[in-house]
Write a protein that binds this ligand. Structure first.
Ligand SMILES: Cc1ncc(COP(=O)(O)O)c(C=O)c1O
Length: 497
């Protein structure tokens, strides 16, 4: 990963200079970790792994991709993975596992009850979080469902920075309300605030004061997927914890990307540069009463999740529902081999060379796209780059889906599969038949962990350079099939002529 650290320091300093008013000042103007890297002979952040197992990359031509996209109704969800070269649809469950994870899989104890693989997993999660009660689930949304069905009642309200879609859906499914209280900068794609996942503390205080009796628990999502993979600061998490405590509200973290958030804190927060990401993660968990986690992100596995709780109060009911719908409490819907790989992944993810490389990937692509005149959500987040298609393709009206048009062109030109987050996903038609566009028209490129290398990104950047020269020629799309529910998965389109 060719990132020149001098350049990086300038970028970071520029970012922090712009946001000094909201942060306490830097100790020496430059975070210690950068000073350290800067002094080293090497100015390149490399992929901190070597490759033992490879998969072929399917490189089709544009002419081969054209009929594939037509047959898929210009919907990338309907394109077969074998016809994609760079799959940036999601960072979830798409990680490449390490040799140690594969080795752990081989020694798994697949006993129905009391498996030693579970004991190993339980110990790792306890050491990481400090929580006593560990409940495995098959993925993040299963953890959400168990908590919502057992703890949340109709009419209750659950505050967070931004709830992820499945968390919101699980809360609403049981008749409660999911409340988003992210700071205003977190809603502004151009704001360079370093901690755009922070909760607005004034809003949280008045919300808790008015609703405490109806709040079964309060949350924060780390990092904030809905807001672009942005982190929350340690100072904010501490204040959120103190507020929940003041109102007697249990604090539960959505910890999917806890390691990326911890490393952002090390890089960006005054007074944190000398700490390890692991140490910061321990403190984050120590501030809360529990967490839910999808291991498909910072667990570095293809499947898995858990609930971890400090106190026993909810555990018996949770385990009863777990047995009914997921499995026995020592496997929770997973094979023991999944628990083994997950335990190793939770440890590996806090390797700082990995985290430095991981965050450099998004920064590298975003900065090069910006240099080509392709605007992205600022600052680059942890797991994805979001292209602002509305600004990039102003000649395509929202009702002709600029994000989807760009996503389709990225596929045709480069074999990149991305995801539109704009009027296809959120646009509506009102009772008079009038189109209501989404506020933003974004194209998300989410990066699988440890899968693609710098030359892949450089190849994509070269293609983007060419695309910029002919962007005026890109045309929008019209809907030919508009399903009523979750239309982005199955909708079909035709290009406008
Ligand atoms: C922040 C966040 N929470 C929860 C989930 C749900 O996790 P899973 O996909 O494992 O069900 C996701 C998935 O993307 C997520 O990003």
């Amino acid at each position: 990963m060719i990132i020149h650290i001098g350049e990086l320091v300038n970028i970071q300093n520029a970012l922090f200079n712009r946001t000094k008013e909201v942060l306490s000042p830097w100790e020496n103007g430059t975070p210690a970790c950068y000073t350290q890297v800067y002094m080293s002979a090497h100015r390149t952040i490399i992929e901190p792994f070597k490759i033992k197992v490879v998969e072929p990359l399917n490189c089709l031509t544009r002419a081969e991709r054209e009929p594939i996209l037509t047959n898929a109704g210009y919907n990338l969800f309907l394109v077969a993975a074998k016809d994609v070269t760079f799959d940036f649809l999601t960072d979830s469950g798409t990680t490449a596992m390490s040799a140690n994870q594969w080795a752990a899989i081989m020694v798994a104890d697949e006993s129905y009850a009391g498996s030693s693989s579970f004991s190993k997993f339980e110990k790792v999660v306890r050491n990481l979080t400090g929580y006593e009660f560990i409940i495995p689930t098959h993925q993040g949304r299963a953890a959400e469902r168990l908590i919502c069905e057992t703890i949340v009642k109709p009419g209750m309200k659950i505050p967070s920075n931004n709830h992820f879609d499945t968390t919101r859906a699980n809360i609403e499914f049981v008749g409660a309300e999911a409340i988003d209280l992210v700071i205003d900068e977190g809603r502004d794609p151009t704001s360079t605030h370093p901690f755009k996942a922070n909760i607005d503390l004034e809003k949280l205080e008045s919300f808790c004061a008015a609703n405490a009796k109806d709040i079964p628990f309060g949350m924060i999502t780390l990092t904030n997927n809905t807001g672009g993979g942005q982190p929350a600061s340690l100072a904010n998490i501490r204040s959120v914890a103190a507020l929940y405590k003041k109102y007697g509200i249990p604090f539960i973290i959505d910890a999917c990307r806890f390691a990326e958030n911890s490393f952002f804190i090390k890089m960006r927060e005054a007074g944190q540069a000398h700490r390890t990401a692991r140490d910061i993660a321990h403190e984050i968990f120590s501030l809360a009463d529990g967490c839910i986690m999808s291991g498909k992100k910072d667990g570095l596995v293809n499947i898995g999740g858990f609930i971890a709780l400090r106190n026993e109060a909810w555990v018996t009911t949770l385990r009863s529902l777990l047995i009914l719908t997921e499995g026995f409490p020592t496997y929770g819907g997973l094979a023991a081999r999944d628990l083994e790989a997950f335990a190793v992944g939770l440890d590996e993810v806090l390797d700082e060379r990995y985290l430095e490389y991981r965050l450099a990937v998004t920064r590298y692509l975003a900065e090069r796209l910006n240099a080509l005149g392709i605007p992205t959500v600022q600052p680059p987040g942890g797991h994805a780059v979001y292209i602002d298609a509305k600004s990039f393709l102003p000649h395509i009206e929202p009702q002709h889906f600029p994000g989807q048009a760009l996503a389709c062109e990225l596929y045709l030109a480069e074999g990149v599969r991305s995801c539109e987050i704009g009027s296809v996903m959120f646009g509506k038609t009102d009772s008079t038949g009038c189109f209501i566009p989404s506020k933003l028209e974004l194209v998300r490129l989410a990066f699988p962990r440890r899968v693609y290398t710098q030359s892949h990104f450089d190849y994509i950047i070269e293609g983007m350079q060419e695309l910029v020269t002919r962007k005026e020629a890109l045309r929008g799309l019209k809907l030919t099939y508009d399903p009523t529910l979750l239309r982005h998965f199955t909708a079909r389109f035709e290009p406008l002529t």
